[in-house]
Design a protein around this ligand. Structure first.
Ligand code: ATR
Length: 280
């Protein structure tokens, strides 16, 4: 089969907010590939049947978003990283086998490498806020790049404890009110909570204790410059934003489905940023 005429989609409920169609259709056009990328609004109870009939529907693969990331994991053949994380966002058909992975890992790492080159030079310790699926992907990525110790703080302490079980003793659990002390020797601070997102409460954290070589990353991308990133920039710290991660997590899916590794360009970033601003 040639790549021409291939189709992929993003499956979610709701799915209207997903920027994946904008990103993948930009690349299809840019590389002159005769494929399609669509949105599929699928309810939780219909999800298993839907992905069971992906090929019959003409799809070579899909992205999955809320609330299907765990169900997609259970219904596919996840790779090693997805098994550790317990959630997938990218599916592809390998013959009759539906394989899956979690591309938030490289989305996060590639973005850090671009925004803060050498962030990992002396990155012995990181502080991660939040303990959901995104936190798992970030923690997996940081350990894969040699970070030795990760301190996790989460509103619901039991979820942070669960991460310690999943990743072992290199994960330490901290209370929110212990964060100031934890920041002093951290090379990296990552927000994976929804705090700071448009319409959500602000993330109350004081960056004064972070060292001047520290990097601050946020996975929130609405707004693109979150109050956390603005505070980091005001202190002249290196920052990595959620939009960059969103764009870079899309690269591998496109390569798997359409046979071309696409580039994340300034033009694409501006296109998605304009779309985010237009829907405010
Ligand atoms: P994802 O899979 O995208 O990480 P998630 O599992 O819903 O999404 O995780 C959202 C994260 O934001 C969690 O760490 C959540 O904290 P809880 O585990 O206590 O729910 C965090 N979060 C969301 N709203 C929050 C709030 N108002 N205050 C503090 N943390 C919040």
């Amino acid at each position: 089969m040639t790549t021409a005429g291939r189709a992929a989609c993003v499956i979610g409920w709701p799915v209207g907010h997903s920027r994946s169609p904008l990103i993948h259709n930009y690349w299809l056009k840019h590389y002159d590939i005769a494929g399609e990328y669509r949105r599929e609004a699928v309810r939780q109870e219909e999800f298993a049947a839907f992905i069971g009939s992906l090929a019959a529907r003409g799809y070579v693969g899909a992205n999955v978003t809320v609330p299907h990331k765990e169900a997609a994991f259970a219904l596919s053949q996840p790779d090693e990283r997805a098994r550790t994380i317990g959630a997938v966002n990218t599916l592809w058909l390998d013959g009759k086998v539906l394989r899956s992975t979690n591309t938030d890992v490289e989305g996060f790492l590639d973005n850090l490498d671009v925004c803060a080159p050498h962030w990992d030079r002396e990155a012995t310790k990181a502080v991660v806020l939040g303990a959901g699926g995104a936190a798992r992907a970030v923690i997996y990525g940081l350990f894969s790049r040699g970070v030795e110790r990760i301190v996790v703080a989460n509103r619901t302490a039991s979820r942070a404890e669960a991460l310690r079980h999943a990743f072992g003793k290199r994960v330490q659990v901290a209370e929110w009110n212990e964060l100031n002390a934890e920041l002093a020797d951290a090379a990296l601070l990552v927000n994976t909570t929804t705090l700071g997102m448009q319409g959500q409460p602000a993330l109350a954290i004081d960056l004064a204790r972070l060292g001047r070589h520290a990097t601050v990353a946020d996975i929130v991308y609405v707004p693109v410059v979150t109050p956390l990133l603005a505070a980091a920039k005001a202190r002249s710290l290196a920052t990595a934003d959620g939009l960059g991660m969103l764009l870079r997590q899309a690269v591998r899916g496109f390569a798997l489905w359409f046979g071309k590794t696409p580039e994340v360009t300034d033009e694409l970033r501006a296109l998605v940023e304009a779309d985010l601003n237009a829907s405010k």
